[in-house]
Structures are given as structure tokens and as C-alpha cells.
Ligand binder design. Sequence first.
Ligand SMILES: [Zn+2]
Length: 209
Amino acid sequence: MKLAIFGPPGSGKGTQAKKIAGRFSLRHISTGDIIRENIASNTKLGKKFKEYNDKGLLVPDEWVFEALRPTLPKEKFILDGFPRTIGQARMLDTLATLDMAIMLKVSDEEVLERISGRRVCSSCGKIFHIKFRPPEKQGFCDACGSSLVQRKDDTEEIVKSRLSEYHSQTKPILEFYEDKKILYYVDGEKSIEEVFSAVCFFIENSISK
Ligand SMILES: [Zn+2]
């Protein structure tokens, strides 16, 4: 089985991908993991990744794809955060045929609320949310008492621009998989367990077909 999961930032797709990988014995492939693995084992690509990382630059997706090229056709996997562009979706299609693309639907308003409400402890890094996981004492970490801050990436303005980039990149990818009739939408605004059981339902149905 070869799957890919999509969803806007803050949709919880990483969490779902991990759970799905566990339940169906799939390799969970996320871009970040691929980069870290290659750097750790000092592969030829890993050296390039490291150079980019050290400079604080974003590793080009094409290289991530190169790293995946030898193993993708042979494996059972769930892709998380990849393909990111329609070009990559087409490239992927020449290597491995996806059985299912899962899209976690979360409205922009919900994404904004989830992300812009996040607060992080300036000292220990523990994450809170002003509405969904408030600290006992407003503005301070439960664990160490240090002050909570909002990450730059989590401000409303940045989230809005990330969302608009996400939509313009993802729309053609969804259409691509819709044409192949392998796209499944799941309501991503429900609880983690509810989303997971909806996803499992689709996967189990497709296995039994
Ligand atoms: Zn703390």
C-alpha cells in the first residue's frame, strides 16, 4: 500500500501519518526525516543537505525526491508533506503509483485559531494554546514557570501567507489525484481519534476492494 496524506499547516497530518503507519505497518516518510537520515549516514545527498542546513537554507524538494527514488517503488509507505508541488506529484507518479491520497480538511479559520493561539515556553520549549491547552497561570509555563512567547511563524499574518501559498500549491495536486479517483477527504476538525478512525475506514475499505 502506498499512501500520501495532505492537509494545511496545523491540520495534524504528521500525527495522523504516524498513527496510520503504525496501524498498517507502513514506512512513515516525511521530508524532515529523509533529510536527517541522509545527514546522519553521511550519504552523498546527505552532504548536500548538510551544506544547505548549515547555511539555514531550505533543501530543494528535488533532492529529497532523489533520496527517495531508490526505495519508493519497493516499499509500503505513507508520505507526509510530499509531494509539495504538482511537478513532484507527476514525478512521483512515474516511480510509484499511489493507492490513496488523503486530504484532511480544516478551514482557514480553524487553522488560524489553532496556530495563532500557540504559545511556547521561552525556556523549556513546552507548547501551550491559549484556548485548547491554557497554562495554569496565564502567560507562564506550567513546567518551569518561564514566560510564554508566540513564535514568529505562528503570528496571524505569517499563517495567512503560509495558507495562501499552501492552497495555490495544493489545489492542482488534489485535482491530479481526484482525476485518478484516489482522493479521499476527511474532516480534519474532529478529534485526533475521530479523524484517525475515519481515515482507517477509508483505508480498510480500499484494501478489501
Ligand atoms: Zn517551560
